[in-house]
Design a protein around this ligand. Structure first.
Ligand SMILES: CC(C)(COP(=O)(O)OP(=O)(O)OC[C@H]1O[C@@H](n2cnc3c(N)ncnc32)[C@H](O)[C@@H]1OP(=O)(O)O)[C@@H](O)C(=O)NCCC(=O)NCCS
Length: 161
């Protein structure tokens, strides 16, 4: 059974390991830790092992989903949907009016997840994300007059609570 709770300090290292898997340009441990140890972020555990987390922040009555990640071996079992629903309950209790997020144009799994729990696309941010090419410093260093490396656009999505 999956159990959802607030982050404890002892959860950070395992959650950070899940976070780093497959990330092009991951946050530092301390940035991740600050985001995890606030009043909104949640972890999901199965048999006392962390299998997923969601990081949220809040300003006044607006929340932002900073990140949600499910361990690769536990995907497609409804865990992200459960975490999102738990986040909405918590945000509602904390008098939040709406939740925002950004997501890569190419991240179909996340876009489908967000749509399925009631988020709508409200805008775009151009060149918002790094890409593997943009991070390849060898390419940039050896091609001085080459055009800027491509970056990826983001959708901005919103859910009214
Ligand atoms: C996106 C992610 C969080 C989904 O987690 P998950 O636990 O596998 O998702 P769930 O099983 O709860 O699925 C909920 C819905 O998401 C969508 N979805 C999930 N995985 C999908 C996939 N591979 N392709 C298309 N849609 C997908 C579906 O709409 C699904 O509903 P359905 O099962 O009724 O079709 C997970 O793939 C992940 O951790 N990805 C890497 C990190 C990431 O990209 N995070 C988002 C940052 S913006």
């Amino acid at each position: 059974m999956v159990v959802i709770s607030a982050f404890d300090e002892t959860d950070i290292a395992d959650a950070y390991r899940i976070f780093k898997t497959g990330r092009l340009n991951p946050w530092t441990y301390s940035t991740f830790e600050k985001s995890a140890l606030n009043d909104f972020s949640l972890v999901a555990k199965e048999n006392n092992n962390i299998v997923a987390y969601v990081l949220l922040s809040s300003v006044l009555d607006e929340s932002t989903i900073e990140d949600i990640t499910v361990d690769t071996q536990h995907r497609n079992k409804g865990i992200a949907r459960k975490l999102m629903e738990a986040s909405f309950d918590l945000a509602g209790k904390m008098q939040q009016q709406s939740i925002f997020l950004e997501v890569r144009f190419s991240n179909n799994a996340a876009i489908n997840l967000y749509r399925s729990v009631g988020f709508e696309i409200i805008g775009e941010r151009k060149n918002y994300y790094d890409t593997a090419v943009a991070l390849d410093s060898t390419t940039q260093a050896t091609q001085k007059n080459a055009p800027a490396a491509p970056r990826e656009n983001a959708y901005v999505m919103k859910k009214v609570l």
